[in-house]
Design a protein around this ligand. Structure first.
Ligand code: GLN
Length: 253
């Protein structure tokens, strides 16, 4: 089996080690015996939605976001939506996540249009949401936690057609108001969590790879188990640090 990963705007959208997500996807897929091809998708490059199994876009500041907003409108947006409707996997972090929603209104009141994949919109806030975050999720059917590092001023609000990735146990999440983080639509995931997120959350990495394989090779595909001992230690270390400060919203984990 093989997965083709499209790394969108790798040179522009890559903060807090977002590229680590590509490395985690590649390594864990290879360790499970899956062949991997990574293709960079830069400004101006088109993409054939049927060729890609996983698309990734990282975070970036307003300047980079305005460049990619234009490219998303003119070149790639339609193909990304088509790929997701066909079951492709997407992971979008922070600035990338914001532009997969309907729009991002910057601090200068400039409205950067998004592609509307998520029923969500973002407005620049007047404080930065920065620090470690822990999110409780159940979209795989099992109760799990995600840990990551967020740094954004944008506040994202979800409309009725979007569901969040999970509930914030520590940190700010989408808007520091409603207690939710991220957005999910089909196999597309938007999140504020850098970290990079996938190396610290191997269960999500494996879920993305398995979802991509099932779309291409059939629903009964099971990803062979791959040791995640180190990743789980990194995950637990973040949770322990926050609990140690007495800062977790719930004692449940
Ligand atoms: N400019 C956006 C914000 O601060 C995105 C930042 C980021 O991707 N880290 O909300």
């Amino acid at each position: 089996m093989k997965v083709v990963i499209g790394h969108l705007y790798a040179d522009l959208m890559n903060i807090y080690g977002d590229r680590g997500n590509i490395i985690a996807l590649t390594r864990r897929a290879q360790w499970a015996g899956v062949e991997v091809e990574v293709r960079n998708l830069a400004l101006g490059q088109t993409l054939d939605p049927r060729e890609y199994d996983i698309l990734f876009v990282g975070g970036g500041q307003d300047r980079e976001q305005s460049l990619i907003a234009d490219d998303l409108q003119k070149v790639k947006g339609g193909s990304i939506v088509e790929a997701v409707e066909d079951g492709a996997v997407v992971l979008a972090v922070c600035g990338g996540y914001q532009l997969l929603g309907k729009y991002f209104k910057t601090g200068e009141d400039v409205v950067l249009p998004g592609i509307g994949l998520f029923d969500a919109w973002t407005v620049a806030g007047n404080r930065r949401c920065i620090g470690d975050a822990v999110v409780e999720c159940s979209f795989t059917g099992e109760r799990r936690t995600l840990v990551g590092f967020e740094n954004h001023s944008g506040k994202t609000y979800l409309g009725p057609a979007a569901r969040p990735i999970g509930k914030v146990l520590h940190g700010f999440g989408n808007n520091a108001e409603d207690g939710f983080e991220g957005a999910v639509y089909k196999n597309a995931y938007g999140t504020y969590l850098h970290g990079s997120i996938l190396p610290k959350n191997a269960w999500l990495t494996d879920h993305l790879i398995a979802s991509a394989l099932r779309r291409r090779y059939g629903q009964n595909i099971v990803l062979p188990p791959v040791d995640a001992g180190l990743e789980e230690r990194a995950h637990r270390a973040v949770i322990a640090r926050i609990r140690g400060r007495g800062k977790m919203n719930t004692g449940a984990i």
